[in-house]
Design a protein around this ligand. Sequence first.
Ligand code: AMP
Ligand code: MG
Length: 379
Amino acid sequence: MTMSCDHPDLLPLDEALRRLWEALPAPSLSEVRAKRDDPATDRASMDGVALRASEGRIPRRILGTLFAGEDPTGFTVVPGTAVRIMTGAAMPPGADAVVPVEQLLTSGITTSPLVDPSPGDHVSVRGCLARAGDLLLAEGTPINAARVALLAQEGHAIQTCPRIRVGVASTGDELVQNPLPHQLRDSNGPMLFALARTLGAEAELRAPLPDDPIALATALRAPGDIRILLTSGGVSMGDHDHLPAVLKELGATILFHRIRLKPGKPMLAALLGELLVLGLPGNPVSAYLNALLFLSQALARLEGRIAPDPWCKGRLTAAVKYKGDRPLLHPCRLVGGRLEPLPGKGSADLVTLAKADAFAWIEPGGLEAGAKTRWLPVL
Ligand code: AMP
Ligand code: MG
């Protein structure tokens, strides 16, 4: 692991993401076993005719049509006959193969295969996917949308992946609705609310909290019906950055505080009981980037998804000079699939944030024009 020379305590980004992942529980299922064979009977897997393969290409008389969901015993395929059959319909007694529509010559009630059928052609055989009693989902398997299909098929109560409720609260005495020159409007709160919604969470935007340990502690003690609290501000080294101490005072487990990233160094993550607190830095570009990375990671875990890889790969159209010792996320525009660096003015620069399509990962030392790097799409 490469350590920065003047910030040996800073956690590399990927390590912080891994810690967050491992600290959170994935929703899991109890054991599910097949209640019957899957499929429960032989079924057509193509639209065509069900027939006896051994009769080869001879013309057959069509007895009728079977649709998915119909009882097939109304027909018996005897020599010289066939039944039109739709995908998913149960095979009629006597038939052992399906010849697809594309491989038939049909005229009135007579149809002739243009190919030599073999037994089992285009038939999904009873039990070929699972046998009654087979283990379909082991105890503790994380739930995901794909697995809901098996729950539904087996007649279990449908558990959907929960929509995670996220509260958003900025911190800072400077945040007011009608700012004087020394004050600001809360831009992080609405931005993080919008991002949480974009990432699929149910978000709730709260009023900014003051830089007061008692007010912070009160808000954290009674967070309301949320699984994640996104705060911004108050996690840095200033005299009014109370959040880390307040969380410790309340007995929270600090997962990490301060990461090796520019912008976004003061990032904090903590568990207060079941509540995940993502303490984002106050500067808007830092807050945005850290929320993009850490909130998507937390949501994926809590929803039972696999760990997301938010990174794309691309080349820079121009060099990015960089002398810092932490990896830098640099704003870029996407031009023809390549990253055109923007002249960003740092972590408070909302104007450039609004112009950016992407943030390119720049290792200490900078990158040359044409260099390939990973980048985050701006959502
Ligand atoms: P902090 O991390 O609290 O020291 O904040 C760092 C910088 O971000 C300061 O300049 C704050 O005024 C600014 N800032 C903090 N929170 C917000 C917010 N919700 N909206 C806009 N700017 C903010
Ligand atoms: Mg502050």
